[in-house]
Design a protein around this ligand. Structure first.
Ligand SMILES: Cc1ncc(COP(=O)(O)O)c(C=O)c1O
Length: 405
């Protein structure tokens, strides 16, 4: 059967190929250690679950809810932004609750994109950043740049060579998959650029609370004037280990938030009210849940960097997110990330996400998610050590302990 106009533009999910191999190895009895999907394994904190259970017993909560989010939830998100970033938001006009940040992002793309509109997107990046716009008829102009001195020149080039002039710029720091973190100075430069070129900024801040080296990642909305051009997406999935609950937010520029709210009002009735009430309680909590989640990922990160390094695979320590972005060991780099990922499943019983799934410029890397416990991460490292030894790969990429952070 012929594909449809839209589905033709959605390539088969690269991760699906790894998943299939993983499933067939498991059906043979293999104990695959799964560092592939970014699916948090930690349970949602008990107080949040208790709140959901309490509220769900009230039949008044079983009706259609509010598409843009119940008022208390939007107020709680405003309080979070005020507390955490010093950013003042009007819950009536500058905040909409979304069914996870992914839904919010995709429907924002749908709300603002006309056929052929050009959108500047980092590569590699989380797939919905590009495909949200592709599904909406947009065209992606990729930039391969980290949030440092190379970014603005890359942006300049993208603007200069795009016809028509780009509509929007995607930012995602801390980044999935690269784990790069942006500074406030970086955001200042980008906001000045965006205002000058009348570019919309869509910032995905899903990892706002998963950081390890003492420096909380900033919000682009902290930059004076950013509100004129920016919408930022946050998520409760990672912060509160609530991925299955589907709860996130879009906040920022009123005109953009109003466009998203309008589209959503045609599509959904909002998350189930008990979920919205429990999410409100989570956001209004005193923060110990967040600190605990952060601490667990922090310890797993340290174990992974140390154990994989000792196994002969040097992995840069991510400063944030729940991922390590690992260069494929030199002897295997020529294979590309998909074939290397398949090899790791077959020979080391470890699943990872192939970098090419995040864009062509990710193909020299694989992404390792911190979603197995410390014991299992060490087990993965031992298995990879055996694999490297038997593959005949020189362990020349081992770095001395003293050089590791
Ligand atoms: C950068 C980024 N944005 C958005 C999401 C999706 O989050 P949500 O569960 O809120 O839709 C993820 C999940 O992995 C992500 O990594």
């Amino acid at each position: 059967m012929e594909d449809f106009h839209k589905t033709r533009r959605l390539p088969p999910y690269v991760f699906e190929q790894v998943n299939r191999l993983k499933a067939s190895a498991r059906s043979r009895g293999a104990d695959i250690i799964d560092l592939g999907m970014g699916n948090p394994d930690l349970p949602t904190p008990k107080a949040i679950v208790d709140k959901l259970v309490e509220v769900v017993r009230d039949p008044r909560t079983h009706r259609y809810s509010s598409s843009r989010g119940i008022p208390g939830l939007r107020r709680a998100q405003a309080a979070y932004y005020a507390r955490r970033f010093g950013v003042k938001l009007n819950p009536e006009t500058q905040i909409v609750a979304t069914l996870g940040s992914k839904e919010g992002f995709a429907n924002m793309a749908q709300a603002i994109t006309a056929p052929g509109d050009v959108v500047i997107c980092p590569n590699p990046t989380y797939p919905i950043h590009a495909f949200g716009f592709i599904m909406s008829g947009g065209v992606i102009r990729s930039i391969q740049a980290e949030p440092d001195d190379g970014f603005l020149p890359a942006l300049e080039r993208a603007i200069r060579h795009s016809i028509p002039k780009p509509l929007a710029l995607i930012l995602n720091y801390p980044s999935n998959p690269t784990a790069h973190v942006a500074s406030l100075d970086f955001y200042k430069d980008v906001v000045a650029f965006a205002r000058k070129h009348e570019l919309i900024i869509l910032s995905d801040l899903a990892y706002s609370e998963i950081y390890f080296d003492g420096n909380p990642p900033p919000s682009v909305l902290q930059v004076p004037g950013a509100m004129d051009v920016t919408v930022e997406f946050t998520s409760m999935s990672k912060t509160f280990s609530m991925p299955g609950w589907r709860m996130g937010f879009a906040v920022g520029n009123e005109r953009l938030i109003s466009a998203l709210t309008r589209v959503k009002s045609y599509l959904d009735y909002g998350a189930f009210t008990p979920i919205q009430v429990a999410a409100t309680a989570a956001l209004n909590g005193e923060g110990s849940d967040i600190a605990e989640v952060r601490e667990i990922y922090h310890r797993r990160r340290d174990v992974m960097v140390d154990a994989f390094g000792k196994a002969g695979w040097k992995i840069p320590a991510p400063a944030a997110t729940m991922f390590a972005w690992a260069p494929i060991p030199e002897p295997f780099r020529h294979m590309g990330s998909l074939e290397f990922s398949k090899l790791l499943i077959e020979k080391a019983e470890v699943a990872v996400a192939p970098g090419v799934g995040f864009g062509e410029h990710g193909d020299d890397y694989v992404r390792l998610a911190l979603v197995e416990n410390e014991h299992r991460i060490r087990q993965a490292a031992r298995s990879i050590k055996r694999f490297l030894a038997t593959s005949g790969a020189p362990a020349d990429n081992v770095i001395p302990l003293s050089a590791r952070r």
